[in-house]
Design a protein around this ligand. Structure first.
Ligand code: SAM
Ligand code: SF4
Length: 487
């Protein structure tokens, strides 16, 4: 990947795969038509594809893993960096042959790229029949029907309320152990580099009762871990009368009750102590002491926080419109350490070479990493996105070679820190949840500890979905190795 350099050595196995795309699994429940979905980008998109599959299933479609068998192909796209959009365009050109062999085939572009480009996408990509934004998925069966009758369709309406709360997602690519639950949609933050507020609209929180119901059902089906998902989960705020954050903030006294993220977290944690709870992403400005103390109170809330810093320099953070500075961020980290201790996992996102970033400001990012001692990070160099505040107001003036070199330095720093953080675990006893087979050997299984680190153990008599205590015996910068101690 040219623009999104992720240090393969320090990221989780699942994220390695998310560099490219995930596809639907083969399912044969006797439905007449076949749907093939490729999902790009973030976990929110993968979660949305599960909603799309559910909507289409109710309208006569089974999923397929082979696009040459499909009646409908959807690409659920990402716009976060230019490279993500280029990847989708290349992929679309590969579907040309499928379309010429089967002119009845319907091809739809969903998600952020659809929202950003709207009708323009139909003009630019002739084989595309449908362009559907993230809030318009209920309209998909209707639009597919129209496309089958010969007319192309676009629906990029951004809703102020839609959360798909009532739709029970069809679990795609599931290991049967961990599942993602979308708890909010959109983002009100307007970070200057980011296209998300334009492609996913205003912040809305999903009815907490439907979230708890979904988590309960997953647990009853044998799942052992749920991750509560949103662009900014700590900003979750819901009332029975209003789920739109901006509108709720205005009429707070006129509503019967308000549920915050700390409340929701507690509700989900009390479903069952054997159901692990994780969440992502936390914006540093929103993570409250209540969230941290709730995490401490429940053993089954995993001690891991993804707290993207983006830059370690206060001037750059201000240009990024992150609304916190270096000191604020460090105070939050100190609070995490104070309440949850040194073992709590902390990870980050970093952007190298943002507009006007100097060499010494880049050094501030490296020194921030040393101070926080991140367990791992997702690292990118800045990619200007049309329509964002930065694209309108700031010059993208750091040369590409400089961006790449700074990113490389960030990656190397993270690799050293990941190794140091993993070495701290050697000799400790940790509870892990077994998630599946290790990639390297069928004689080994992989689990995850509370801090979100992958632990490889000998298979023995262990089963997938089981909790077990292990002693950590060795590590690399990416992985811990352990021996089972309680059987
Ligand atoms: N909502 C999350 C937050 O605020 O931390 C992040 C969501 S965004 C999908 C994931 C990451 O992509 C960001 O944290 C940022 O590091 C990166 N990103 C977003 N826009 C970018 C851009 N224009 N260039 C490079 N990286 C970008
Ligand atoms: Fe983008 Fe900032 Fe919102 Fe995250 S918080 S999605 S980076 S605008």
């Amino acid at each position: 990947m040219e623009n999104m350099i992720k240090d393969i050595d320090i990221i989780r196995e699942e994220e390695e795969k998310s560099c490219d795309f995930k596809v639907t699994a083969e399912e044969n429940t006797g439905k007449i038509k076949k749907l093939y979905i490729e999902s790009y980008g973030c976990q929110m998109n993968f979660s949305d594809s599960e909603i799309v599959a559910s909507i289409m299933k109710d309208n006569g479609f089974d999923t397929t893993s082979d696009y040459s068998n499909a009646d409908v192909i959807f690409l659920n796209t990402c716009s976060i960096r230019d490279k993500a959009e280029q990847t989708v365009r290349k992929r679309l050109s590969q579907f040309n042959q499928a379309k010429s062999e089967n002119p009845e085939l319907t091809i739809g572009v969903l998600g952020c790229m659809a929202e950003r480009l709207k009708e323009k996408l139909l003009e630019e990509e002739k084989l595309v029949d449908l362009v559907v934004g993230p809030d318009a998925y209920r309209d998909l069966p209707n639009l597919v029907g129209q496309a089958e009758a010969g007319s192309k369709g676009v629906n990029t309406f951004l809703s102020r309320e839609e959360t798909y709360a009532d739709i029970s997602p069809v679990r795609l690519n599931s290991n049967g152990v961990s599942a993602f639950i979308s708890i909010m949609r959109g983002c009100d933050n307007m970070c200057s580099f980011c296209v998300v507020p334009f492609t996913r609209g205003r912040e809305r929180s999903r009815d907490p009762h439907s979230i708890v119901k979904e988590a309960r059902e997953l647990f009853a089906k044998g799942y052992k871990e749920v991750t509560l998902l949103g662009q900014n989960v700590d900003s979750y705020k819901w009332s029975p009368e209003e789920n739109n954050k901006a509108r709720l903030n205005k009429k707070e006294t006129g509503v019967s009750e308000v549920i915050y993220f700390a409340n929701l977290l507690e509700w989900v944690a009390t479903i069952d102590p054997r159901l692990r709870v994780r969440f992502s992403t936390s914006h540093p400005k929103d993570i409250t002491d209540e969230v941290l103390t709730t995490m401490k109170r429940y053993d089954n809330i995993c001690k891991y926080i993804h707290l993207p810093v983006q830059s370690g320099n206060s001037r750059i953070l201000s240009l990024m419109n992150r609304t916190y500075d270096r000191e604020w961020y460090l105070e939050r980290v100190q609070k995490i350490r104070e309440i949850l201790g040194e073992d709590c996992g902390i990870s980050s996102d970093m952007i190298a070479g943002f507009c006007s970033e100097t060499e010494s400001e880049h050094q501030d990012t490296l020194s921030m990493m040393d101070l926080v001692q991140y367990d791992f990070s997702y690292m990118f160099y800045y990619s200007e996105r049309p329509g964002t505040l930065a694209a309108k107001k700031l010059a993208d003036d750091v040369p590409l070679e400089v961006k790449k070199r700074r990113l490389q330095e960030i990656i190397e720093k993270q690799s050293q820190l990941s190794l140091i953080r993993n070495q701290r675990d050697i000799g400790k006893v940790q509870e892990i949840l077994i998630e599946g087979q290790s990639k390297r050997s069928s004689e080994q299984l992989k689990g995850r500890n509370s801090a979100n680190k992958v632990v490889i153990v000998p298979r023995g008599r262990l089963k997938i979905g089981e909790y077990t205590n292990v002693r950590i015996t060795d590590c690399s910068s990416a992985t811990l190795f352990g021996e089972v101690i309680d059987r």
